[in-house]
Each structure stands twice: as C-alpha cells, then as structure tokens.
Design a protein around this ligand. Structure first.
Ligand SMILES: N[C@@H](CCC(=O)N[C@@H](CS)C(=O)NCC(=O)O)C(=O)O
Length: 201
C-alpha cells in the first residue's frame, strides 16, 4: 500500500496514528507530498488532489481520511479502533466528525490568513474561531465519555489538538480547556504521537 501524506497535514496524521497504533505502518510506503503542487500521480489517484490518499494493495485509491481509517481498521488482527456496530460505533464516528470539523475550521483559518490583506475575511475567521472554541468546550466537558480504552476518537482528538498547537497556538486552547490539556499532555507521550509530530521541515 502507499499513502500520500504530509507531515503538516492533521488529517494525514490521524491516518498515520492509526497505522502506528495497529502495527500496520510497516505495510505502507509513506509518500510525502505537497497537495498544492501539481502531482500527476496524486491527481490520477484523487482528482481532488488532497491528502491523505491511500493506494491499497489492489491499486484502489481511497480518500478521505474517515474512509481510509475505516478501511485500514479492517486489516489488522488487534482490537478494532472503530467498533463495527451499535452505539459504540456511532459514538466513535461522532467524535471523529467533531474533531474533523474543528480541523476544517482551523485549516480554513490557516488558509484565509495566507490570502492578501485585502482578500481576507475577518468575519469568516471570527466565525471559524467561534466554532472551534465551542467544539473544544464540548470536548472539555465530555472527555469522560470518550470511548475507552483506545479508539479512532482518541486518535482524531490527538491529531486535532496537535494541529491547534502547531498552527493556531494563539487561540490558547490549553487555557480555555484545562482537562483537555491534561489529557493531551498524557496522550502526546504515546510513541505514535511522537513519531507523527507535525513540523515544517
Ligand atoms: N476531509 C478531508 C480533508 C483533507 C484535506 O483538506 N487535506 C489538505 C491538507 S491538510 C489538502 O489536501 N489540501 C489541499 C487542497 O485543499 O487543495 C480528509 O479528511 O481527508
């Protein structure tokens, strides 16, 4: 299998966390790539030219990150990170959707800030910041119902908080959310988290 990814992409990090946590990492060739540069191989696999994009063993292209995670979770012999049925499944998928939503708003802010001053919308940035802080507050108050012991929910949350530290530190999420801060301090010590820490290098 092959994974198009970048070290700064939080959606890619979620997939890479799953690969390390399940022991599948050695079965996937990791192909660093910049989705903003024209890359014919990536475009042939994914016309949206987005990462992460996975090429499976039988050359099927899969995107986006929830689809890739769902697929990879069927390939390892250890405990499922996405429960197959029932309440537990919907809980994990809802956590993932919430975290991906925080990422979407965060990524929008990062992109908006890269636009020239006269094209940037302060209104949209404020709207996305409100979304992020409200969703983080939900996480802060509901950490107790995070599906135990380890699921895709924790991986999505870890990738999300890591991205906020990396790109939007000025939001000061740790000050707003002390319980989440403690959870993340502990979770960040996992080998999978250390191996996938974002950097611009
Ligand atoms: N919903 C997608 C989001 C993927 C995404 O937006 N990836 C970014 C990098 S972090 C990207 O490829 N951006 C390129 C673009 O938007 O053209 C997922 O979960 O995989």
């Amino acid at each position: 299998m092959k994974l198009y990814y970048s070290k700064t992409s939080p959606y890619s990090r979620k997939v890479r966390l799953l690969l390390y946590e399940t022991g599948l990492a050695s079965t996937v060739a990791m192909l660093p790539c910049n989705p903003f540069e024209e890359n014919p191989e990536l475009i042939a696999a994914n016309p949206l030219s987005k990462i992460p994009t996975l090429i499976t063993g039988d050359q099927t292209a899969l995107y986006d990150s929830p689809v890739i995670c769902e697929y990879l979770d069927t390939l390892h012999p250890t405990a499922r990170l996405i429960p197959p049925v029932g309440e537990a499944r919907w809980s994990v998928l809802r956590w993932q959707a919430l975290c991906d939503g925080i990422l979407d708003a965060s990524y929008n802010i990062v992109m908006e800030r890269r636009r020239p001053d006269n094209e940037r919308s302060a209104t949209w940035i404020a709207q996305w910041e409100t979304q992020i802080l409200r969703a983080l507050q939900y996480c802060e108050e509901n950490l107790g119902i995070l599906p135990a012991p380890l699921s895709l929910a924790q991986l999505a949350l870890g990738a999300t908080l890591g991205y906020l530290d990396f790109r939007l530190a000025e939001l000061n999420w740790r000050t707003h959310c002390p319980a989440l801060n403690d959870w993340f301090e502990d979770f960040s010590l996992r080998e999978s988290m250390l191996k996938t820490k974002p950097d611009d290098a």
